[in-house]
Design a protein around this ligand. Structure first.
Ligand code: MRU
Length: 355
């Protein structure tokens, strides 16, 4: 059990751990309006694909309470407005859209006649999304165990731990599960420029878990692989296309190429909610471009000359051919991904229906 939660619903409000301030300060912010939830996702108070999905779902819960009206058509129209705003907060992580669509589908039931029941349905679905996320992540960790030797060296990119999810994490969850199962674990943590999710957040989580690690600059992975036996690269993802091409934090593609050059297996941890079968290949995934300040400044200090041009894609696409396997809560998908990913999504849907 962690001493912190990235997201927590408390009575009538959403509480988020402000990840922009970590590790220097542990500050929770309380949100009562969906507009503030959208802003918190945009400004990365909360980040990581599964975490922003669950956060948006709770944003919709807030939307059902904001109008203070007994007229269900007024509350429904506010809910639609909230869904649109939340959808526009970040474009790449499909979990955001998946979670919003899931709540909106439930709320569209014509049998819901009162505001009270609408509020209840939306709350129950948001809670289900949050609880399922934890179960999913633990299962991803267990599904990966057979791949992990007794003594193991990982390289991990970005942050995919409890902070990036509702709890436990995906790729970092695999590392955590391996450690809990008494594997002798060591992790090289990519610092992850420009937002430093690795240096700030992953090392913060690993330190608390007592897992041995060293932070490296993103460009060091080639040198490390050339000089040491790295067993596995594990990364998370924001969207996996039907053919297995994977969008994840900028730098993931470079890491995959370096891993291939050194014959190090490269695994993506993906809850099935991150698989987007409606998109055939990675070149159709929208990549978020973030502010140039993230590159020109470090902690408010300008590091580049004035008026230079910058491009700041927040994610890149790793072509499926570089990915050894995609570890989901339903099992491990191997190439050809069109077939195996379809099977994983199908199994997850069946499981949900049978619950
Ligand atoms: O920009 P971020 O910090 O939201 O990017 C996060 C990542 O790229 C993660 O690897 C991904 O969302 C998976 S988190 C379990």
């Amino acid at each position: 059990m962690n001493s912190y939660r990235s997201i927590e619903w408390k009575k009538d409000r959403l509480v988020l751990l402000d990840q922009r301030r970590l590790p220097a300060e542990i500050i929770y912010i309380e949100l009562r309006r969906y507009e503030d939830v959208a802003e918190a996702i945009k400004s990365m108070v909360v980040r990581g694909a599964p975490a922003i999905g669950a956060t948006a779902a709770y944003g919709l819960v807030l939307a059902t309470h904001q109008m203070d009206s007994e007229d269900i058509s007024i509350v429904r129209s506010e809910l639609e407005k909230a869904a649109d705003l939340l959808r526009s907060s970040r474009p790449t992580a499909v979990n955001l859209f998946w979670a919003i669509d899931r709540v909106m589908r439930k709320s569209a039931d014509p049998l819901i006649k009162s505001v009270d029941s609408l509020q209840e349905v939306v709350f129950n679905e948001a809670t289900a999304i949050a609880l399922e996320d934890v179960e999913t992540n633990r299962q991803i960790g267990l599904n990966a165990l057979d791949l992990i030797p007794e003594k193991v060296i990982f390289i991990h990119h970005c942050n995919t731990g409890a902070l990036a999810t509702v709890d436990h994490g995906t790729a970092l969850g695999i590392i955590r599960t391996a450690y809990e199962h008494r594997r002798d674990v060591f992790v090289y943590v990519d610092e992850t420029r420009p937002r430093l999710q690795g240096a700030r957040l992953t090392s913060w989580e690993l330190k608390q878990l007592g897992i041995k690690h060293k932070v490296i600059v993103d460009g060091a992975s080639g040198f490390i692989m050339a000089n040491e036996k790295v067993d596995l690269v594990t990364v998370g993802c924001d969207r996996v296309a039907k053919n297995g091409d994977t969008a994840n934090k900028i730098g993931t593609y470079n890491l995959a190429i370096v891993a291939r050059a050194h014959e190090v297996p490269f695994y993506v941890a993906a809850p099935t909610s991150t698989i987007d079968l409606s998109i055939f290949s990675g070149n159709l995934i929208k990549i978020e471009e973030r502010s140039s300040q993230e590159i020109t400044h470090i902690q408010g200090q300008q590091i580049t000359p004035d008026n230079i041009e910058v491009t700041n894609p927040a994610f890149d696409i790793t072509p499926a051919e570089y990915i050894t396997g995609i570890i989901t809560e339903m099992g491990i998908a191997y190439p050809p991904y069109e077939e195996s990913l379809n099977k994983m999504v199908d199994l997850a849907e069946k499981k949900r229906i049978n619950k």
